[in-house]
Design a protein around this ligand. Sequence first.
Ligand SMILES: [Zn+2]
Length: 472
Amino acid sequence: MEYEIVIGLEVHTELATASKIFCGCTTKFGGEPNTHVCEVCSGMPGVLPVLNKQVVEFAIRTGLATNCSITRYNKFDRKNYFYPDLPKAYQISQLYLPICREGFVQISGKQVRIHEIHMEEDAGKLIHDPYDDVTLVDYNRCGVPLLEIVSEPDLCSAEEAIEYLEKLRAILQYTGVSDCKMQEGSFRADVNLSVRPVGQEELGTRTEMKNMNSFKAIARAIECESKRQIAVIEAGGRIIQETRRWDDNKGKSFAMRTKEDAHDYKYFPEPDLPPISISESDIDRVRAALPELPDAKKARYIKEYGLPEYDTEIITRSVELTRLFEEASARCSSPKDTANWIMTELLRLMSDAGVLPEDLAFDFASLGKVIALVSSGKINRGTGKKVFAKVFAENVDPESYIREHNLALVTDTAAIRAELEQVVAANEKSVAEYRGGKEQAFQYLIGQGMRALRGKAPANVVGELLHEIVGC
Ligand SMILES: [Zn+2]
């Protein structure tokens, strides 16, 4: 039988606010365990949460950028559960009236509907230490603001899921609401997956894989989990609604617990926070300040700079790459060259060094300087690549680096000729062999000439001048 895969994604993204959602503690990643905490976020009795306005602003921004309607009157609810990483024993979230509803994200060929976006607080972290057989708890992350972005089950393959996640991440980065550093957990996804025979209307029973923070692992998990479910059904079995843990090293998922539904949490309205009223003018203000989003940028790059669609696809995937592209191409006035350098040299350096776009630490105008130096003939392309590698690694200034290391091409023909005359004088034997008809001897002389000039003269000029000097 033919099956189709049905995937819905719940993305948790940590917001780039300076302080936590209900207290003044810093949201900075890392830090000594339990140093970014206060009475509020560590769940002491008698304290009151105060909502960080920036969180609401970021939620509206995200909602507008994903075509959602904004819930003018929305409020918080308590989601009760006991877990040691959340000392209050409840999470402040939004169940009944989430701040954004019914939007969509465009991917190639389809719109992936957004069911809702709600605001909530993150929990702390448990660190299991198998050596000492203890579990440690770090509350630094407790109370860091989150948006949970819930899609409808509109995705039907690993490729589509990844395309949707990449697009969503780009939107969150463009709008500045999150750095989306997956390795730090600020962009993570729960994958809800079911399968059904092609043509069947009714959805199959779904399983959920939680807190996945690598696109590669998500793609693999989708492949394996869909195969597992099909095999169970084919063998006459039944899929159990449950949470499964994906083990990327083993390439397998394992049952963790049977899935709970909303009613298991005994949600109730949060009594310590007043409802949030959002006015039309609040929304207009946020809308007016929205930056150019990925699709609009792509269209503009094609129209304004004549870039091929393929190039724009790669560059607009990351807001940092678009910043680099814009700054560097403004500097060298050559958008296509800039795109080429980004797609070849930069991406290679990044992949070799394991650097992500958001971690690029050099002055973006420097790439433009390198490109301009190459196209004006000041340095050759090989030197350009070496200089750019230095810019990438150490943020050197290309012009001073070239000056200090004496890398500029020699363009003064008289100076080149003087060097070559010395080479000819020092290699009488080769000159005689060449005059005797041995072509190889001439290649040797060119090699010696380039060496004397330390590769800084154009090879064709060296050849021409050598011919003149040896006289044939
Ligand atoms: Zn705090």
